[in-house]
Unconditional design. Sequence first.
Length: 240
Amino acid sequence: MSKFSQTFLLDVAKGDVAGHSFVSKFGQNEAIGTGAYEDIWDNGGDYTYPADGSADITEIVSTSASDTVDIEVQGLSSDGTLTVQTVTLTGTTPVTLTTPLWRIFRMKNEGTVDIVGDVTAENTANTVEYAKIMNGNNQTLMALYTIPLGKTGYLLQGSSSMAGLTRAYSIDGHFYIRSFGGVFQLKNTFGLQSDGTSFFEKTYPIPLPIAEKSDVRVRGISSAANGIMNATFEILLIDN
């Protein structure tokens, strides 16, 4: 159990504790391969991180001309400032973000109808996808996060599971943190087995501090093609 009481965390969730907030991140990769570790997010494979100080994430677009709903986009601007903006899709025509982003960690449908196609956040050249809402989900599934400028994150809990297939296979998982300007460091490892322990959870009695502008990611590799892995983590954010 975390040193923070449930009453305190509830007060944070209600917005009653000044300078405190929390983020719950969850992701899924439905087709993990056997050759290399992959990030746990909708698009699968290795996630592409824009260079420090850049703002390469500039547009969102759908694969369906029918999609004209409002999409909330959560991320960080070029200096790491938390930025939340709402953009109205225009189908298969890319829409420019009000504020271009250095990091993106969530998109969700704020409209009144379901998204018909897949919605992606991309660079101007439409050559790199940084976030994706898969048809039927109405929001991204990304076990990826970057601590905003001016805040310190405190990791409270993480979990992972495998699901969806009847065959026997296993997944090795890795949890990484990269300080701003540094390299990814492995902070935890875990294993999942379809015929054994298919769920893993770790809580931090002393929450793990994560500095501003640090990247957090979960990765996995499967013993058989098309492994399915889910991952979540909970972070308390406190203003510096």
